[in-house]
Design a protein around this ligand. Structure first.
Ligand SMILES: [Fe+2]
Length: 206
């Protein structure tokens, strides 16, 4: 067991769930990458995708002058798929709960909990009330920027267009599958958001 994991396990045991009365510990982008390499196998698509989204967020944060919280959240946005975190099947909720058990801040867990239209899939799974109660939706644009990075990064971690990304998702999950149904529902809003952020990236303002 690595130092990081041992500390995380110790912390989770110490903090319990939900954490109350404890000081949140900030995870930085380097810590996020170290955690990913412990949670996913080296060749796993989830690892490649997570690293790709993190790298995309590094570019976006640099161009738009946004905080490293965005980058950390991008690296960790899909930890809910890791065996150590999986519980309800709603990966945004599972990931946010897992990070909370490690002492992550409410800002970080809120971003992970709500990325990429989580509430749409949460409603499909009957978990929308739970999600909102445990993790209030973040205000501000960081959530959109995180979702933008996710939706423009392929399952293997390459930068793709939003059209390619939706095509891959619908190939991966057949029609009628809960994930493809949720994405269809969320697609118009996600496309609008992507166009808005691409305009911002063309003409960065701080
Ligand atoms: Fe993702």
């Amino acid at each position: 067991m690595s130092l990081f994991t041992r500390r995380a396990v110790d912390d989770a045991a110490l903090y319990g769930e939900p954490m109350q009365g404890t000081t949140p510990r900030e995870i930085d982008p380097a810590g996020a990458q170290a955690l990913l390499s412990e949670l996913f196998d080296p060749g796993a698509d989830r690892l490649a995708h997570s690293l790709g989204v993190g790298r995309r967020a590094e570019q976006v944060a640099r161009v738009l002058g946004r905080p490293s919280l965005l980058v950390t959240a991008a690296y960790l946005h899909d930890v809910g798929y890791a065996a150590a975190a999986r519980d309800t099947g709603l990966h945004q909720l599972d990931g946010a709960r897992y990070l909370r058990s490690l002492g992550a801040s409410a800002e970080l867990t809120g971003l992970v909990a709500h990325h990429t239209s989580a509430t749409v899939e949460a409603a499909e799974r009957g978990l929308d009330v739970t999600l909102r109660r445990e993790f209030p939706a973040p205000s501000g644009e960081l959530l959109d920027l995180l979702t933008y990075c996710d939706i423009t990064t392929s399952a293997r971690g390459e930068t793709v267009t939003v059209d390619e990304r939706f095509e891959h998702i619908y190939d991966r999950y057949p029609p009628g599958h809960l994930v493809s149904r949720s994405m269809q529902h969320a697609e118009p809003g996600l496309r609008q958001m992507v166009s808005r952020i691409e305009r911002q990236l063309d003409r960065p303002t701080r």
